[in-house]
Design a protein around this ligand. Sequence first.
Ligand code: AN0
Ligand code: CP
Length: 318
Amino acid sequence: MRHFTNVKDLGNLQDALKMAFEIKKDRFKDIELGRNKTAMLVFFNSSLRTRLSTQKAAMNLGMNVMVLDVNQGAWKLETERGVIMDGDKSEHLLEAVPVMGSYCDIIGVRSFAHFENKDEDYNEMILNQFIKYSGRPVFSMEAATRHPLQSFADLITIEEYKTKERPKVVLTWAPHPRALPQAVPNSFAEWMNETDYDFVIANPEGYNLAPEFVGKAKVTHNQDEAFEGADFIYAKNWAAYEDPNYGKIISKDMNWTVSARQMALTNNARFMHCLPVRRNMIVTDEVIESPQSIVIPEAANREISAQTVLKMILEDLK
Ligand code: AN0
Ligand code: CP
């Protein structure tokens, strides 16, 4: 694998899962693979899990790791070509990216949607500039439209906890005070569509995701109906995708907060969330603290998804 930006890059998903479970059994068996190789992790946005789990994964492979927080200590970067740079941005991405590439072997990038221009976000302008100009393999640590390392960890977690071959998995919207990207739900849907799970998306009217991500999922605006008989509840907030409300909050309906009332409708479902989560907005204390909640093992699997991806990139490094 050269670049990792979506589920297709992994090739055969069952083979990738197999590799992930082998890594989980012995995470130090490839400690020589990354010797004298350097991973650079570039963050345009905050992170706890991605930052730590990806560093840990790289260290498990014997790599060296450098982390750059672009907005804290580096020069502010211009991303548009052709602008007269007389504002607060001291450097252009077109110089900064190849310079970063010259110091490392693999680059991870986190760059959220800006919600200013839907086309720019959905064309992955920033991520693609790293692919084009860094000269290095690039992997997404959450880009404008997808968060594939998260979805891979989510899939690993569902495979570990499922008690039937074809579980019912429900992605549900939940309220949040700030406008959040669609990357996590888009990506989760994209990965679920690669499985044969019974996959349902529940969201209020006006919150439908882009059709290319919804794929063959059933979509309902009735959360209770979706929860009936569910084996996994995957909660997440996202801002509206559809025009004219792209990037906007159009509901904060607290009836959608995942509580014991809705969980009682399920088949004793496991509760999942990518974290960070706002308690008593997205999910009640009671549900996230319940034995059904698997948010911590889910986050722990981020190390495994990152290590699988880094291993596949290292194996193909020229
Ligand atoms: C981000 C998001 O919703 O995309 C990151 C999630 C992993 N969440 C926040 O900004 C709170
Ligand atoms: N789930 C996730 O990606 O968390 P961070 O934003 O803390 O990295």
